[in-house]
Design a protein around this ligand. Sequence first.
Ligand code: NAD
Length: 473
Amino acid sequence: MQYLENAYINGNWYPLTGPDRFPLVNPATEECIAKVTMATESDVNQAVAAANQALPAWSNTSNKKRAEYLNAIADEMLNRYDDLIQAHVQSMGCPTSLTGAFHIDCAIEAMRYYAEMAPMIDKVEQRENNLITKQPIGVCALINPWNYPLHQLVGKLAPALATGCTVVIKPAEQTPLADQIMAQIIHKVGLPAGVFNLLFGRGHVIGPMLAEHPKVNMISFTGSTRAGIEVAKNAASSVKRVCQELGGKSAYIITEDADLEAAVRYGVEDVMGNTGQTCNALTRMLVPKSRYQEIIKIAAQVAQEQVVGDPNHESSTMGPLASAQQFNIVQDYIRIGIEEGAELLVGGTDRPEGLSKGYYVKPTIFTKVTRDMRIAREEIFGPVLCIMEYDEVENAIDIANDSEYGLSSGVYAKDQASALPIAARLDAGQCYIQGSFFSMYAPFGGVKQSGNGREWGEEAMHEYIETKAIICP
Ligand code: NAD
């Protein structure tokens, strides 16, 4: 049993003294592997004070020096690669063989990518007689969910450090291990005290404290739309910038003339990856009625190829869901889908064969899903794909856009040229065409209730930058 009893504040391990201990459960074994002490208000105040104290020196450190720190962090992440893998396997059940590709590699590269971007803050634009300059926004609170613990952290931390901001980080309750390793890495590379501060804590307890805090200049939140709305409300009284990366129910249109084998395989694998716990998963597959039978045959085949099992087995492609809570949510939605009249093509509520322990669920595909059903409208956050039929592409675009979410979308058409005009009409922050994958060079974020602001790409830097105009005579 591990005990995580220290926050990392002002360059030191800082003992948390509150009475609340969060039990960390390995979702594959259902065993408690650690107890995590949850921060209190005075811990939050200490962390915010340290970040404020460090800000003037860090924001005046040269961009070259800041880039050196980011690269040193990336080097040390590489040294701690196996530990980072284990942190994900133990706390969220990701298969060991896939964890590097899913969770770690891109995070390391991202540190280097934002190191290269550090000079952006010093660029001055001359516009007529005015100088348009930039400055770091200041102290940033970074709050993250449990489904991509390291990836989400780095997506915020790297641009924040590159611009000269200081940070207070709060990971999800269930996944503090990767963040803890990152604090050790930061300590080892000697980042100046107070630039990086880490607290463990309950979202509904310390989240509002961070959002309301008058000495926090910006809050970057990733998580559910419900909590994202709370954060924005709590942040309003101090008029801080709020970046919200929230939920999704993304549509994926396959056209009649697409390569069906490739298109359907891509769509099913996209939803099953990370056991369906991916905010931008293409969970509504819109298929032409004319090719429905061929499509569902391929979809069933791909789902049945998934190997659900022990994350430590080489052959496993899907581990358990990350928590008992998520297991119950997903089971409920599968039941709801059946009650609503959708047809189960594969999967269902029973546990996968031979897996009586652990939060494992079957890869599940519903067909005959209609747009009014809850399973078509609400985020399930598990390996559950909804197949919906359409007559004409126009009708598919209408179904795709009929959602309160707008995080991502996808199109697989005959070729790129035919996919692009459809992509242009989808109301979402991203569109993946012809089987493409996440790219950290592209801005990521949602429209409608999927959020405000953009992470990744160059756009992530702007979240942490204030523009200042110097008006010259
Ligand atoms: P969640 O909203 O319950 O929790 C996310 C984080 O917010 C956790 O750290 C939690 O402790 C904290 N939190 C909870 N209540 C809070 C409050 N009132 N104030 C401040 N912080 C609070 O979400 P989750 O279940 O951990 O994560 C799954 C959700 O995250 C899904 O909806 C998923 O789509 C979304 N997500 C979005 C993105 C994206 O980039 N758009 C990426 C990953 C996950």
